[in-house]
Design a protein around this ligand. Structure first.
Ligand code: CA
Length: 510
């Protein structure tokens, strides 16, 4: 292909190189710009000469200042720009540029499992909740037996999932931070894909007692509950009894779950969690804007769309607080940024700890550039609500649900609310979750071609001009409805790639 770069915003003085193999020194673009050195794909090229201290602008925003002078056509690497300080949380515009609502779109439905409480499932799963890591291998063993011996008799049930995790004991359970993993696990145990039908396995002596995991309301757990199995219970003699008790309860639950039927549900019953992982410099040009377009479509259809990852929003917060529907929502967003600033400071870190070696190899110089590309996922609508770490989202429209940026931690925490997951990636990851479908969208065609059996949608076609952001956005929107209906499977579900749950515990371990 001919030399090609992508300039996102008219003000930008750097652009992203598109050619898959990169380009050598001397390569000349149609506008006459000539490379002074070799530049790899997805890295930045200087569109003009820079003096030391000049702002480097991408997405129309300053991503850093030149640490020395360099010429047009140079490779703008990480060491050529300094990291600007994060936007001050005290001087933000609150709800000053609320976007007007986009026209509603009606008539889009998916076939979901409606629960008695009103929430809608996209899968029909028996989930076995655990209160503590000690019981995890026992539950894993029981799940293997249930899958082999009982599940085949219930073809209407998609899977049996052990909801195991590393929390539950050896932790300061009354410390303020403990509320976060506990409410995350509570909401996961009550997930709509589990059909309002929890089955809980407890050890007996752990700190996270079943009644603490599920207090009054939701699922009051009684000691006499046939769906609560305590391994230390005196009536259970040995491992054989434990497994038999879990399998008996599982069979009863499977009978109930097998009566669930998919019915047509409006798209407004979707709660879609957005995330990125292994991002590159294309992510903010191709997959994230396409996901943002789909996010706008979902909002227009009345659904809930959650974006997350505090450290990837922190440097773009000045673009988001003006979009908040009111000043209270803007202040809620600032509160979550402040909480995370303090959390990082306690660990002697700051948001510059976010970018990974892979991000940098993919052309992202620093967290500012990463954040500006990341928030493109949030589309263009008003920010309707903010949820704290681990809280369940109830609002419709675009919502910020605070989470860490780590893929598996963010995914675990988004499970507190979402029934569908969209994940964008540049470097690639085989990531998946057992409880909800994970649709993986690639930033580059080269990745989609190298991983045709892992990537569900290729947004790289946007960079080469083969598809528009709107084309890919609509394609993703329709894929979400198909996959939520069980008509199509994601590659992660096809292969059974299901990452372990990793609840975020900012509290002390004892
Ligand atoms: Ca992530």
């Amino acid at each position: 292909m001919d030399p090609l770069y992508v300039q996102v915003h008219a003000r930008d003085n750097v652009a992203i190189l598109v050619n898959p193999e990169g380009l050598p020194a001397g390569a000349r673009f149609p506008d006459g710009l000539t490379l002074t050195e070799r530049i790899p794909q997805s890295h930045k090229v200087a569109l003009r000469d820079f003096d030391q201290g000049d702002p480097v602008i991408r997405y129309g925003q300053i991503i850093g200042h030149a640490t020395r002078s360099f010429r047009a056509g140079s490779w703008v690497r990480e060491d050529l720009l300094d990291l600007p300080s994060a936007p001050s949380l005290d001087e933000l515009q609150l709800s000053t540029a609320v976007p007007a609502p986009l026209p509603k779109i009606d008539g889009y439905t998916f076939d979901g499992f409606r629960n008695s409480g009103g929430a809608v499932g996209t899968k029909n799963i028996l989930g076995i909740t655990t209160t503590v890591q000690c019981v995890a291998p026992t539950v894993d063993y029981a799940v293997r037996r249930i899958r082999a011996e009982i599940l085949p008799r219930f073809p209407g049930v998609d899977d049996v999932v052990a909801i195991t995790h590393t929390y539950g004991c050896g932790v300061a359970i009354d410390a303020p931070g403990a509320a976060i993993p506990i409410r995350t696990l509570r909401h996961i145990g009550a997930h709509p894909n589990l059909g309002d039908a929890p089955l809980v396995v407890s050890l007996g002596c752990e700190k996270l007692q079943p009644a603490r995991l599920f207090p009054d309301g939701g699922f009051p757990i009684l000691e006499s509950d046939p769906y609560l199995i305590r391994l230390q219970n005196e009536t259970l003699h040995g491992f054989g009894d434990m497994i038999a008790a879990i399998m008996r309860a599982a069979e009863k639950r499977l009978e109930q779950l097998s009566r669930r039927r998919r019915t047509a549900c409006p798209a407004s019953d979707l709660v879609v969690g957005l995330q990125c992982g292994g991002s590159d410099a294309f992510s903010g040009v191709t997959c994230n804007p396409a996901v943002g377009y789909a996010a706008d479509l979902l909002v227009r259809a009345g659904a809930t769309v959650m974006f997350s990852e505090v450290t990837e929003v922190r440097d773009a917060v000045h673009l988001l607080t003006p979009r908040a529907i009111n000043e209270d929502v803007a202040r809620d967003l600032i509160r979550e940024m402040k909480w995370y600033d303090d959390y990082l400071a306690r660990g002697s870190a700051d948001r510059s700890a976010n970018p990974t070696p892979g991000n940098k190899r993919g052309g992202l110089s620093n967290v500012v550039e990463k954040a500006l590309g990341s928030v493109a996922k949030a589309g263009s609508t008003a920010l309707m609500a903010v949820a704290s770490q681990g809280e369940r989202v109830t609002a419709k429209g675009l919502v910020f649900a605070a989470t860490p940026a780590s893929d598996f931690v963010c995914g675990t925490q988004q499970l507190a609310s979402m029934n569908m997951h969209v994940f964008t990636t540049g470097e690639g990851t085989p990531y998946g979750l057992a409880m909800v479908p994970v649709i993986k969208v690639s930033s580059r065609t080269a990745l989609a071609e190298r991983w045709p059996d892992l990537i569900d949608l290729d947004a790289g076609r946007i960079a080469t001009g083969q598809a528009s952001i709107a084309d890919i956005g609509w394609e993703l929107f329709r894929s979400i409805l198909d996959i939520a209906s069980g008509r199509r499977k994601t590659w992660a579900d096809h292969w059974g790639l299901h990452n372990a749950l990793a609840p975020f515990n900012p509290g002390p371990v004892t």
